[in-house]
Ligand binder design. Structure first.
Ligand code: TUI
Length: 308
């Protein structure tokens, strides 16, 4: 399936893997790119040299293009913005902020720039600054989220900009893919489904939580301090939401989530850690390789879209 996004990124299939913090490392990114999609390394809060090593590792694992997601709240964002130039990555996506100050440098280095946006206003601004595409990410997503749903955000962003739009949030199969295309998207970005892929190196307990999750098992913590984050309900989110409802301070709430993602992803402590996942976790029920995931979604979507 060819779209402006497949041409932009030099890929066969318009499926991008989300640059998930602590989850999206070199093996996952390389496996998705090898499957014909576009893999991303999630820089999250990692130091620049750790990200550089991930990039070099991914280069060893695949000759296909892959990218890096830069989480703009990271204290290392400035350094990582330079590392991607030095390492010549194919594309950069950004999250949780406005990447404007880096755009000229990335464009000069011929890096494709694809900011993740949660509003029409930021999408338009990114287009004006020279973005090659945007990911319109709905509130169904896991992790740090905006307010609009994928169903409402994607067509409004599509109408507002001329650059290609990639839909994210609540997409995990061929039906979601086809629906996103109907809304005007030219690719999808998925996170939660790739978390349970064979190549994803996260702790088994984390994968089990996603596989067992039902439709309404995610919660949003942090709304009161302006950084809403979606993850699966557990002991930590229950405690967090209780304290948040009682008006606890940002500092007290932070104590509950500090290091929480590492706790869940690396140590497998899914009671006290942050098990970030999207609302679609309820539909993610099987373990497969990245190739099986990508092929199954494309097959189903092409049938639905009557391209086959
Ligand atoms: O960034 C994400 N998802 C993430 S980042 C992350 S690590 C983290 N953990 C706790 C708190 C904060 C970050 C886990 N998941 N997705 C992309 C995304 N970007 N979603 C929403 C946004 C966004 C929101 C507001 C982008 C820009 C924005 O406003 C920027 C501006 O200046 O107008």
């Amino acid at each position: 399936m060819e779209t402006r996004v497949t041409k932009l990124l030099g890929i066969e299939k318009p499926i991008i893997q989300g640059g998930m913090a602590w989850v999206a490392e070199s093996h996952l990114a390389a496996a998705v790119s090898e499957a014909g999609g576009f893999g991303l390394i999630g820089a999250a809060n990692a130091p620049a040299e750790v990200v550089r090593n991930y990039i070099r590792e991914a280069k060893e694992l695949t000759d296909r293009p892959f990218g890096v997601n830069i989480m703009l709240l990271s204290p290392f964002a400035d350094e990582i913005a330079q590392v991607v130039v030095e390492e010549g990555v194919a594309a950069v996506t950004t999250g949780a902020g406005n990447p404007e100050k880096y755009m000229a440098r990335w464009k000069e280095a011929d890096i494709k720039v694809i900011p993740v946006v949660a509003s029409v206003a930021l999408a338009k601004r990114m287009e004006r600054c020279g973005a090659d595409a945007v990911v319109a990410e709905g509130t169904e997503s896991g992790g740090h989220i905006g307010q609009a749903t994928t169903m409402t955000l994607v067509p409004q962003v599509v109408d507002a900009v001329s650059i290609p739009v990639i839909a994210a949030g609540g997409i995990a199969d061929g039906r979601g893919f086809a629906a996103a295309m109907m809304l005007g998207a030219e690719a999808v970005q998925m996170g939660t489904r790739f978390c349970v892929s064979d190549e994803c190196v996260i702790h088994e307990n984390y994968k089990e939580c996603i596989l067992k999750a039902k439709d309404i098992d995610s919660e949003v913590t942090g709304r009161s301090h302006g950084h809403p984050v979606r993850g699966l309900r557990n002991r930590m989110t229950r405690e967090y939401l209780k304290l948040e409802a009682e008006g606890a301070s940002f500092e007290d709430l932070e104590k509950l989530t500090l290091g929480g993602l590492k706790k869940a992803v690396v140590d497998g402590d899914t009671d006290h850690g942050s098990v970030l996942a999207g609302q679609i976790a309820g539909m993610v029920t099987k373990r497969q390789s990245c190739k099986e995931i990508v092929d199954e979604i494309m097959e189903q979507a092409e049938r639905l879209l009557k391209l086959k």
